[in-house]
Design a protein around this ligand. Structure first.
Ligand SMILES: Cc1cc2nc3c(=O)[nH]c(=O)nc-3n(C[C@H](O)[C@H](O)[C@H](O)COP(=O)(O)O)c2cc1C
Length: 151
């Protein structure tokens, strides 16, 4: 599944957090097997992001077609051309409201030499390639969030 709500929790030990909608088809698999993989996409992998939202009715194994995958030490599929691929074991789960907050213990990380990351902002996919891109995003985002608070 495509997620934006993934972030670092701690460095020592290496853990991350991901929030998964409990209605998503991936959720029962994560809960049952206790392992998951995070593949951080590059800016030219929009098509893969789209496939894993389930757009066009793509389900299950069909979402994996058209890209190369490796199998992590835990057995999870990881995208071969990802910016970074992280193999995780579920350490803890907090089921709250519509979502489950999953804490993953990082078992293994593979990092690519590429640098352009894919981000999602204001309903669109955007490339973050250089420091200037991140600064530009921060500049345009800040006035918008201030405006929301005032409204
Ligand atoms: C940009 C983007 C970010 C998303 N982030 C999340 C997320 O953080 N958590 C989540 O549960 N679903 C997220 N989704 C939705 C899932 O990708 C989508 O609902 C899921 O794959 C479809 O559920 P299904 O597997 O049951 O078909 C996101 C979708 C998009 C387009």
């Amino acid at each position: 599944m495509t997620v934006t709500s993934v972030s670092s929790l701690s460095v020592d030990p290496p853990t991350l957090i991901v929030s998964i909608n409990r209605d998503a088809s991936s959720w029962p698999l994560v809960k049952r097997y206790g392992f998951f993989g995070v593949s951080i996409l590059t800016s030219d992998q929009v098509d893969i992001a789209e496939r894993f939202t389930g757009k066009g009715g793509l389900k299950g194994v069909d979402r994996f077609a058209g890209a190369q995958w490796t199998i992590g030490s835990s057995g999870v599929p990881l995208l071969a051309g990802a910016l970074a691929a992280i193999d995780c074991e579920v350490e803890d789960i907090v089921e709250r409201h519509s979502h489950a907050i999953v804490i993953g213990r990082v078992l293994d990380v593979t990092v690519s030499v590429r640098t352009a990351a894919l981000a999602y902002w204001q309903g669109q996919y955007v490339a973050i390639d250089r420091d200037e891109d991140a600064l530009r995003l921060a500049e345009v985002s800040l006035p918008a969030s201030r405006a929301t608070r005032k409204a």
